[in-house]
Design a protein around this ligand. Structure first.
Ligand SMILES: NC(=O)c1ccc[n+]([C@@H]2O[C@H](COP(=O)([O-])OP(=O)(O)OC[C@H]3O[C@@H](n4cnc5c(N)ncnc54)[C@H](OP(=O)(O)O)[C@@H]3O)[C@@H](O)[C@H]2O)c1
Length: 233
């Protein structure tokens, strides 16, 4: 069987880095992307030193030209992409109420957390279609769940609700092509975003995303998971 190729965004630290590590340990060729060349090269180098098949490619998901450059590399150098993990995100408005919210901050959050994954899906889904194989995993959050919606952090919440809608629409559009598209809530994880007091390790935070990235044919699509179980939108 051909080696699978996975693209992970925001792979230089936190949950993204751990997803790269776990995918690499499964023998998957990982393209670790990051917006900083220095941080991305260092992260990929650390995983290579662990003996893992990881390449670095620079990618700011908010930069349309950078996404186009990645598309060209994927087509020219690899000819395929089997797995896309939309992990990169920002959380710019913790504790802010709607009254305090600067619209620029909402736009900035959407640019990375929603338009970023949308751009990646637009370039990678066609490559997946060609091979009748694909697994797309969108790193979402319970904070984007309408069922659990609470006060504060509107920008981050809405960006994840929109990401969940992307999961549903894309899954429906790709149904029947063996391309499975799902959202995952990693739980509250000890990273720069989650902080030191979060109860989960990055290993635990990455686990369900990696499971979704490697689902067998006929697996679920268009769903939202936490700890490998479906959760409410
Ligand atoms: N941690 C939690 O408790 C938690 C809970 C629920 C959901 N999540 C979700 O899980 C995912 C990973 O979170 P995390 O905790 O690992 O976050 P993190 O530690 O803050 O890492 C975020 C990653 O995204 C990258 N990034 C931000 N903007 C980018 C851009 N424009 N282009 C490319 N990369 C960009 C960062 O790169 P730089 O190093 O260059 O900044 C970093 O690599 C996110 O989608 C987050 O929303 C996390």
């Amino acid at each position: 069987m051909d080696t699978k190729i996975a693209v992970v965004t925001g792979g230089n630290r936190g949950i993204g880095l751990e997803i790269c590590r776990q995918l690499g340990r499964l023998g998957i060729q990982v393209i670790l992307t990051a917006r900083s060349v220095g941080r991305g090269t260092a992260a990929a180098g650390a995983l290579q030193a662990e003996g893992l098949p990881v390449h670095f490619h620079p990618l700011d998901v908010a930069d349309q030209m950078a996404v186009r450059r990645l598309a060209k590399t994927l087509a020219d150098d690899y000819g395929r992409t089997d797995i896309l993990v939309n992990n990169a995100a920002v959380y710019l408005d913790p504790g802010l109420s709607i009254a305090e919210m600067d619209l620029a901050l909402v736009r900035q959050t959407m640019e990375t957390n929603f338009y970023g994954p949308l751009r990646l899906c637009q370039i990678i889904a066609p490559l997946m279609r060609r091979n009748s194989y694909g697994r797309i995993v969108n790193l979402s959050s319970q904070m984007g769940s309408l069922r659990h919606m609470g006060a504060g952090a509107l920008a981050y919440r809405v960006s994840k609700t929109a990401l969940n809608a992307l999961t549903r629409v894309l899954a429906a559009e790709l149904r029947g092509n063996n391309i499975l598209v799902n959202s995952v809530d990693p739980g509250w994880v000890r990273t720069e975003m989650g902080g030191d007091h979060a109860p989960r390790s990055v290993e635990e935070g990455a686990e369900t995303a990696v499971w979704l990235a490697t689902l067998p044919d006929g697996g679920p699509t268009g769903s939202f998971f936490r700890d490998r179980r479906p959760v409410e939108w």
